[in-house]
Design a protein around this ligand. Structure first.
Ligand SMILES: CC(C)(COP(=O)(O)OP(=O)(O)OC[C@H]1O[C@@H](n2cnc3c(N)ncnc32)[C@H](O)[C@@H]1OP(=O)(O)O)[C@@H](O)C(=O)NCCC(=O)NCCS
Length: 212
């Protein structure tokens, strides 16, 4: 996996940074590490590696604890996973078909979005986004959009990948609006997708088709 970094300067918002990158036809491998520099705020978006395992584990735990209805994994399941397993998944177990993008504020991991693509011959044209999360104090600044736009930009150039799907709990207005604004469409609804204690959570199933 490439680890080159590019810095973008921008005085407006992250969307124009991505647009700038696209207009320059920058190769996807270089954009895997994307530095967002707008106003006085500097954000790095890059692929997580095994060196990020401990901070990933911490932020993921925060996400599962604070927003349990938004994620399939439970805190107990997450805590049962060893650091070595996470290191493997982010390190040698990662690749173009399985990676996590992280957003860093002054070196601190504050947001993330994962991608997973199964290998079966008949399902390799489909991918899944999971684990989209921005720490509460960093929300509303365009970080979630920047993460997703960069992820989708990379996926668009992934050979043979034709669509990417995700599930979002029906009451999650902010996430659903974000996905819709990026072109995702709802194709179904899964009643009782999650059961948290005695409470059920329905999920909307969304997909983005890549025009080839
Ligand atoms: C969903 C989430 C990732 C958005 O991150 P964020 O950095 O706050 O989002 P952004 O600032 O980039 O906003 C992107 C879009 O999301 C939507 N959005 C964000 N906050 C919103 C809010 N409070 N109300 C309604 N829509 C909102 C808007 O469409 C916004 O686009 P706009 O800026 O053009 O209005 C974040 O709220 C989060 O981590 N939530 C908890 C975990 C979660 O629900 N994950 C998704 C699991 S499927």
């Amino acid at each position: 996996m490439q680890s080159s970094a590019i810095r973008f300067s921008c005085t407006t918002n992250p969307r124009s940074i991505v647009a700038t990158a696209e207009s320059h036809n920058l190769p996807s491998n270089l954009l895997r590490n994307l530095t967002l520099d707008f106003n006085e705020l500097i954000m790095d978006i890059r692929c997580l590696t095994e060196r990020d395992a401990a901070t990933f584990r911490q932020l993921r735990f925060e996400a599962l604890q604070l927003e349990p209805w938004a994620f399939t994994e439970s805190t107990v399941e997450h805590q049962a996973m060893t650091l070595e397993t996470i290191q493997h998944r982010l390190g040698s177990g990662a690749g173009d078909d399985n990676f996590v993008l992280g957003a860093f504020d002054a070196g601190q991991l504050v947001g993330m979005a994962g991608f997973y693509r199964r290998q079966g011959e008949k399902i390799r044209h489909r991918g899944e986004i999971w684990g989209v999360y921005v720490a509460r104090q960093h929300r509303g600044k365009g970080l979630g959009r920047a993460l997703l736009e960069e992820l989708i930009r990379q996926l668009r150039s992934s050979p043979g990948l034709e669509q990417v799907a995700l599930g979002v709990s029906t009451g999650n207005v902010s996430a659903k609006r974000l996905y819709e604004s990026l072109g995702f469409e709802t194709y179904g609804r899964e009643p009782h997708a999650l059961k948290i204690g005695d409470t059920y959570v329905d999920e909307e199933l969304m997909v983005l088709h890549f025009a080839r």
